[in-house]
Each structure stands twice: as C-alpha cells, then as structure tokens.
Design a binder for this molecule. Structure first.
Ligand SMILES: NC(=O)c1ccc[n+]([C@@H]2O[C@H](COP(=O)([O-])OP(=O)(O)OC[C@H]3O[C@@H](n4cnc5c(N)ncnc54)[C@H](OP(=O)(O)O)[C@@H]3O)[C@@H](O)[C@H]2O)c1
Length: 278
C-alpha cells in the first residue's frame, strides 16, 4: 500500500485532508481516520488547525493506536512565511502546534511570488530544515510542470512530492506525464471536487455498477492513475466510505468512462495569488 519515489518517500494509497474543519472536527477526524486505517494526514499553516491535528496525534500516540514513525504528517508553509527569515520560525511554530519533532512533508503551499516566494531562497531555507531534522521531505503545491522543473533545479534537496487539485473534472494529463518521467508522486487535493461530482452520468454509472458511492468511485479512479487522494471528511461514515476506495477495483470500461468526461473545471485559483500558468 505505498507509492515509491526516487528519494525514498513512501506514501499510503490515501490520506485525509483537513481544510475548513473546526478544531473539534479536526481532532475527531484525525483520531477516527487512524483508527480506520489511514496513515497520512494533511494540514497547513493556513488552515489554522495544526493544533487540533497535534492534539489528535498526541491522543493516538499516547494510547498506542499508532507509532509516530508509522504515520505521515504533512503541513504547508503559509504564503506569508515564504521568506527565509520567517520560514524557519513558522516551521518551528508548526512543530510546536503539531506536538511533533519533525514533519514528514513540508510543502510550499503556493508559488506565491507576489508574497516573496523564491525557488532559491524559499527552497534553500526548507532544505536547511531537512538538515536540522525538522522536515523529512520537501514538497510543492500548486506548481505547474515548468515551476516544478525550476524548483527541482534550485532546491538543494530533492522535491519529493507535489500536491495539486486533481479529480475527474481536472485530469492533470500534462503534469501526470511529466511526473512519470521524474518518479515524483502526485497527491490529489479536492479529490471529490468539493461535492461537484454528483449528477455526472459517467461516474454515477460506474458507482451504480459496483454498488458504491460516487466519492469512493472517484477516489479509486485517482488511485488507478497513480495519484494519492486526500479527501476531507468530517464524519466516520464518510471516512470509512472513502477508505473503501483502496479495495475498489475499477475495470478498463470504468476507467474509460470517467476518463471520457469532457467537462474541465478548476475549483481553486485564489485571485490574490494570481497564477496564470498551470
Ligand atoms: N494545497 C492546496 O492548495 C489545497 C487546496 C485545497 C485542498 N487541499 C487539501 O485537500 C483536502 C481535500 O480537499 P477539499 O477539502 O477541498 O475537498 P474534497 O475532499 O474534494 O471534498 C470535501 C467535501 O466532500 C465531502 N465528503 C467527504 N467524503 C464524502 C463521502 N464519502 N460522501 C459524500 N461526501 C463526502 C465532505 O463532507 P464532510 O466534511 O461533511 O464529510 C466535504 O464537504 C483539503 O482538506 C486539504 O487538506 C489542499
């Protein structure tokens, strides 16, 4: 149940997202998810819930439900902390909130050049955190193939993972084929298209055929294409439903049906970041 990449990061097939969750729901989701079998948790400085993730993790470690080394915890540097002077302090604060000695993945949340992001300086500072043992792997989020290529050349450490929006309405064909040549895993955010998959005949048909939910079907489609989805789910029922995608095998006709969806819809491109190129 893992995706290998060139520098040894092994990701589970699925993780959980925690954006726009209250502290109480986040703590619940983290503990319930690990009980169900998830071993990959995604948060960010900008979600303002690292503290709740940390409380959930602490509860799990103290009860012996999981060991630190068996769970992958990822967070993201805020667009406001991309400058080297701020970055280290912000990462230290993240670790305090998460109650961890290190995070497995630290991502650049957005290539926010307007806020001081620079491939050399930001990634150089992140590599320094790897040297200090605070971070295991460097990741980037919301990067196009070109930006990823530039980042790879500028970063003293390998860029081990990329996280982008990816779901049946945003197939990421160019990025996927670029990543195949590099052996870099793709973590798929908003994998359920934030609820916009319902009513699509192609997915509903496949879901009905297998007697499963549209959500589970979409997640299995992403996994088939090699992505690691991180659906956000607040209830145990949704967490269990999504985890079931790991064992849902779609056949060629199913994949073809979902691949054939002609609608193309990007859900996230904050105007303040102003990315014109993907
Ligand atoms: N790097 C970035 O810039 C970035 C941007 C966006 C998101 N992300 C990450 O990706 C994660 C997931 O993306 P997202 O939160 O945007 O959206 P999403 O995972 O596509 O969709 C979440 C929505 O789907 C619902 N849901 C979950 N499981 C379901 C199921 N089995 N059946 C029916 N509904 C279900 C959730 O409801 P309930 O909450 O009620 O369960 C929630 O309303 C985020 O939480 C975050 O960690 C990263």
């Amino acid at each position: 149940m893992s995706v290998k990449n060139v520098d040894g990061l092994k990701l589970p097939k699925i993780g959980i997202g925690t954006w726009q969750m209250s502290a109480k729901k986040t703590q619940f989701a983290v503990t319930a998810a690990v009980e169900i079998g998830y071993r990959f948790i995604d948060t960010a400085q900008m979600y303002h819930n690292e503290d709740a993730v940390g409380r959930g993790l602490e509860e799990l470690f103290l009860s012996g439900a999981v060991k630190r080394e068996d769970v992958i915890v990822a967070t993201k540097v805020s667009v406001f902390s991309c400058k080297p002077g701020k970055l280290r302090k912000s990462a230290e604060e993240s670790l305090v909130k998460l109650r961890l000695d290190y995070v497995d993945i630290l991502y650049v949340h957005w290539p926010a050049f307007a806020f001081g992001y620079s491939h050399e300086e930001t990634l150089g500072a992140m590599a320094g955190l790897v040297d200090r043992g605070m971070v295991r792997h460097i990741g980037v989020s919301n990067f196009s193939p070109r930006l990823l290529d530039e980042a790879g050349k500028a970063c003293p450490e390998p860029v081990a993972v990329i996280q982008v929006e990816h779901h049946p309405l945003l197939k990421q064909l160019e990025l996927r084929s670029y990543l195949e040549t590099k052996g870099i895993p793709l973590v798929a955010y908003s994998p359920l298209a934030r609820g916009k998959l319902h009513g699509l005949a192609e997915i509903e048909g496949v879901a009905e055929k297998h007697g499963v939910s549209v959500s589970r079907t979409a997640l299995a489609w992403l996994m088939h294409h090699g992505a690691v989805p991180i659906p956000k789910a607040s209830s145990r029922a949704h967490l269990e439903d999504n985890f079931g995608a790991v064992n849902l095998k779609l056949d060629d006709a199913d994949i073809e049906a979902i691949d054939g969806i002609s609608i193309e819809k990007r859900l996230l491109n904050p105007p303040v970041i102003g990315l014109k190129e993907w």
